[in-house]
Design a protein around this ligand. Structure first.
Ligand SMILES: NC(=O)c1ccc[n+]([C@@H]2O[C@H](COP(=O)([O-])OP(=O)(O)OC[C@H]3O[C@@H](n4cnc5c(N)ncnc54)[C@H](O)[C@@H]3O)[C@@H](O)[C@H]2O)c1
Length: 258
């Protein structure tokens, strides 16, 4: 796949975001910006890309997506270094377990601030930048990472589910609004993917029981891999999906009894 211009991956220090940053480099993007709240793991991702793809220029930036000034500073730094932003993958996210009655108010607020307000902040700053640029092959493409939880309910994850539905709504709205300006916006909805986030299940028997239940629901009988999600993001942000916008791609290995 061909990625002329500049890619930005937000939430790149771990899991699907790390795989996405590496995949942009593997797929020929020569300028890759990576951002995350975790500075040290992000530096390790930068070092890995530079080692495996010496021709690729990498800019690593610490960002807290819950702060708009931090997000704007990230965009400004990428533009200062690389001159433009063409492909954005917004992945920063956290999970919070607990049914509505028992979920602490602070957990709801934290999940909302990162998963929905944070993605909105990223889109706001990214789209504003894309609108100012002269287009390369397109004006720009954004993939917001929602979840299977953005398409259906889960009684143990109401805050996560609500924010991930919000990401779908935001992506559909921005995709429709900016289509006439040549910017595409879509949401990827992964199922269960083998990342540190999956490890945040409760420990002991309860965790094992939930893990078994999760696999039971997946038609392919396994969880997905971060690289499989990175490939979906490559599709949604490359010219291969030039007529795809304001929609979702569900990548969950099939849901039994759907
Ligand atoms: N792993 C799964 O099963 C799964 C399923 C569906 C959707 N997702 C979504 O995919 C995305 C990536 O998740 P992952 O599984 O790779 O998890 P992960 O925990 O490995 O990665 C999430 C990244 O987001 C970063 N982050 C958290 N808060 C941030 C903030 N305030 N500012 C900037 N960065 C911040 C973390 O530091 C981390 O590097 C998330 O949005 C998640 O909700 C994951």
């Amino acid at each position: 796949m061909d990625f002329p211009g500049v890619a930005l991956v937000v939430g790149a220090a771990s899991g699907i975001g790390k795989a996405t940053a590496l995949q942009y480099a593997a797929d020929g993007c020569q300028r890759v910006a990576i951002a995350d709240i975790q500075a040290l793991p992000l530096q390790e991702v930068q070092a890995e890309i530079e080692k495996d793809y010496p021709a690729v220029k990498v800019k690593a930036l610490q960002v807290d997506v819950t702060s708009y000034p931090s997000v704007q500073a990230m965009i400004d730094a990428v533009v200062e270094q690389f001159g433009r932003i063409d492909y954005c993958a917004n992945l920063a996210g956290i999970i919070g377990f607990g049914d509505t009655v028992n979920l602490p108010l602070s957990t709801f607020d934290n999940v909302y601030e990162v998963n929905l307000r944070g993605i909105f902040y990223c889109c706001k700053a990214e789209i504003a930048q894309m609108l100012q640029q002269s287009p390369l092959t397109s004006q720009g493409a954004i993939c917001n990472v929602s979840s299977q939880a953005g398409l259906m309910g889960n009684g143990n994850l109401p805050a996560y589910v609500a924010t991930k539905h919000g990401v779908v709504g935001l992506s559909k709205s921005d995709g429709a609004k900016y289509a006439s300006r040549g910017i595409r916006v879509n949401a990827l909805c992964p199922g269960s993917i083998e990342t540190p986030m999956l490890g945040h299940l409760p420990s002991g028997e309860e965790g094992k029981r939930r893990e078994a239940e999760r696999i039971q629901e997946i038609a392919m009988g396994r969880v997905g891999l971060p690289g499989e999600m990175a490939n979906c993001i490559m599709f949604l942000t490359s010219g291969r999906s030039s007529f795809v916008t304001a929609t979702t791609l569900a990548a969950h290995g099939g849901i039994r009894n759907q």
